[in-house]
Design a protein around this ligand. Structure first.
Ligand code: SAM
Length: 465
């Protein structure tokens, strides 16, 4: 008898959550790539649909993807599909019986679920749908509580809640394989997290970032703007070793004012390490330290498998770096206590890309958020680097005129290979200077324009310190 894990060349149906639509394809592609598998959609693939059919995978591949995905809700081995129940019947009757029989024999127990997207069915109609499947030769016993096998009839009524058709646009029937990791969004919610700040990253997005970065077991992941460590929490859940830096002493040491409404000061042990302890991943914690991301403090080597970060945009927190703005060229001496000066957005991204080019391993990924003023955004706005390939660029809309884009890049060249052609300091390779005056202008004062709700201004970023 065929075992479920040895069967391959089947079609699998993914049921995806209908939020963060832009983030789903790069997530599933990255999770497949982690297993050395390409993304092969079958049939009429529509990216915005809640249902995707995939070819060329084994059940083991699908289970691996579902063990990581926060965008996918469930996965099924697809047994049949069609525009109508009659087409579904024909398709199911044509499905090889040797693929079905291991799950339908008389010693097995099973249950059939009915799921409808964009329509609610009465209980009696659900029962009618199940009864109509009597042409399938289930020989086992029904067990509603603990069946060995779960089957699902899924009806798709389109994505427009104001135009719900009487009959489904498409129908699927399959054997349930696994659920995705949507539960992580609740279990890791920042609402119940030990240590939080004003800009702690949402749990769901943190896990999506870790997936876009292809974070793998035993990887070393770095966040140069670590804040309260939300991204480290997500990466450590996937068993990566994590570390980070932040310019803010209080954040790194878990001191200062609390971000909770009912608490004035941070309590003892409110820090990133305690956050990892809360989720049972403290052994993945390397360390965090106070450091300015604009200053090179690392030895020249490819140290990190992934760099995942949420840089300061100056919208909810200020952008700053160490050094006096009265004399920016003066080298800091030992006794000099640094004050901060403006850290312009364009410089933040230039530094981040250059840093990643030097300190990522080959094939390692950089995942970060880019702030966007929508009326002015163009694809050319996205910073480039000769050592990094742009993998994906997904928008999360924040308001009518602002959004942020999750940018994923992969290291494809060593800086030395570029250096032999032209040094990185050459303005032609700087993402913001020389050849791309447009980008320089775009980032200049962007955070102020976003803050002010769309009123264009010529002013630069706010200087603090
Ligand atoms: C958007 S927050 C990051 C939030 C973080 N992802 C979290 O979940 O808490 C940006 C962080 O960058 C830090 N930062 C600002 N300028 C910096 C610099 N020059 N070097 C390092 N960190 C800096 C800020 O202190 C802030 O904690």
């Amino acid at each position: 008898m065929a075992t479920s894990s040895s069967r391959s060349c089947l079609q699998y149906l993914l049921h995806l959550a209908q939020d963060n639509l832009d983030f789903r394809l790069p997530e599933i592609k990255a999770l497949l790539a982690l297993r050395g598998k390409p993304f092969h959609p079958s049939g009429n693939f529509q990216e915005k649909s809640p249902f995707w059919c995939l070819d060329g995978l084994s059940e083991e591949n699908v289970r691996g993807v579902m063990a990581r995905s926060v965008c996918a809700k469930s996965a099924f081995e697809l047994w049949g599909h069609g525009h109508t129940h009659s087409e579904l019947r024909t398709s199911l009757l044509n499905y090889p019986s040797e693929n079905m029989s291991p799950f339908m024999h008389k010693d097995s127990t099973y249950r059939i679920n009915v799921y409808t997207f964009n329509k609610t069915l009465e209980f009696v109609d659900r029962i009618k749908r199940i009864d109509a499947l009597e042409y399938l030769s289930f020989e086992g016993a029904v067990s509603l509580k603990s069946p060995q096998h779960i089957f699902c009839l899924l009806e798709d009524y389109g994505t427009d809640p104001n135009d719900i058709p009487e009959h489904p646009n498409y129908i699927y029937f399959g054997r349930w394989i696994a659920d995705g990791q949507r539960e992580l969004i609740r279990s890791h919610s920042v609402k119940n997290r030990h240590f939080i700040g004003n800009t702690s990253m949402d749990a769901g997005l943190s896990f999506i970032m870790a997936n876009h970065a292809k974070v793998n077991e035993n990887d070393v992941v770095f966040d140069p703007f670590v804040g309260t460590g939300s991204l480290l929490v997500a990466c450590s859940h996937f068993r990566a070793y994590v570390c980070g830096t932040d310019i803010d002493y209080n954040t790194i040491h878990g001191r200062g004012r609390s971000s909770r409404t009912n608490q004035k000061w941070r309590g003892p042990d409110e820090n990133i390490r305690a956050n990892l302890r809360q989720y049972g991943t403290e052994e993945m914690y390397l360390d965090v330290m106070v450091s300015d991301a604009s200053k090179p403090v690392w030895r020249e080597a490819a140290l990190f498998d992934a760099i995942i970060t949420d840089p300061p945009y100056g919208i909810r927190e200020s952008t700053r770096r160490t050094g006096s703005h009265k004399d920016v060229t003066r080298p800091p001496d030992e006794s000099h206590v640094p004050v901060s000066q403006a850290y312009h957005l364009s410089d933040i991204f230039t530094d981040l890309l250059n840093f990643s080019a030097h300190h990522l391993v080959m094939g390692g990924r950089l995942v970060y958020w880019l702030p966007v003023y929508r009326p002015e955004y163009r694809e050319e706005t996205v910073p480039l680097h000769p050592c990094l390939r742009l993998v994906s660029n997904c928008e999360q809309t924040l308001s009518s005129h602002t959004s942020r884009r999750l940018i994923t890049m992969e290291k494809i060249k060593k800086p030395e290979e570029i250096d032999s052609l032209a040094p990185l300091a050459d303005p032609r390779f700087s993402p913001y200077q020389g050849h791309n005056a447009f980008r320089e202008k775009y980032f200049s004062g962007l955070n102020k324009r976003c803050r002010e709700g769309g009123q264009q201004t010529e002013e630069e970023e706010v200087t603090v310190g």
